[in-house]
Design a protein around this ligand. Sequence first.
Ligand code: GLV
Length: 328
Amino acid sequence: MKKPKILIARAVFPEVVAKLEQHFEVESNQADDIWSKAQLISKLRDKQGAFTTGGERIDAELLAACPDLKICANMAVGYNNFDVEAMTLAGVLATNAPDVLTETTADFGFALLMATARRVTESEHYLRAGKWRKWSYDMFAGADIHGATLGVLGMGRIGQGIAKRGALGFGMKVIYHNRSRLDTALEAECKASYVSKEDLLKTADHLVLVLPYSPASHHTIGAAELTLMKPTATLVNIARGGIVDDVALAAALASKRIAAAGLDVFEGEPTVHPDLLALTNVVLTPHIASATLPTRLAMAHLAADNLIGFFRGEQPLTPLNAAALAAK
Ligand code: GLV
């Protein structure tokens, strides 16, 4: 029988490419070229499946040009690169890669919080620049993590992981806000109390953003929200660029309206706004929260298994629109 044709849109683990080659006629991109939309369309035109990594926009225009496409499997938990509604209309299954990255990503959220609050990278740059001549009592004095109030905005699996690390590991008081409140048992497990968004902004010493990006969450943190925060507060974004208004944040950091920020994601990444790059009270990392080799490998295998299972007629492992497709 003829194998279905799939496209792997970015370079991935060779062993995952090899596994997919056992099941599919694969066009891969191990050179890791960044394709324009027109290039992506031309490569996907004759394919039945796509392995995407979160950066490739799958929308109505692409779907109309690629009528054979049946499934797009994202190697990411976030899927704001998918227009899921358009995919459902076109009869295309969307899958993402949740769960396997939860603990790794929560670890990184905490690492970024610690680095930001305790000024780790700023002080390292100072040392490397040869500026360290003597000890002084307030040199790079930062904010305490232990015993402080941790705010989590977006209390999905990763948010819960951060809450547990804060409460159980660092004795933090944890407050959270989410579209829907967790049930009592889960709140108790996370030792987290539900508050309004306004109270979260006003009360948190350290605020970590872990909510998914959608048009509704665009600029959830802008000038008005930053004004509500404590001047001593730390803001950490490991969610998605666009959830924070980067220009407003840079202004708030420059004027010390808030103390510091740790950002793993940016509006328009991989370009980072020059106002952020010019500041010392912000820790900047290149979207690496899930980046440990075992976790990235597990994410890649999950995306591959979604493709393999789909073409075998099995239930998708981590579908985004299976119910909507079934109801069509
Ligand atoms: C990473 O940002 C992901 O969505 O998996």
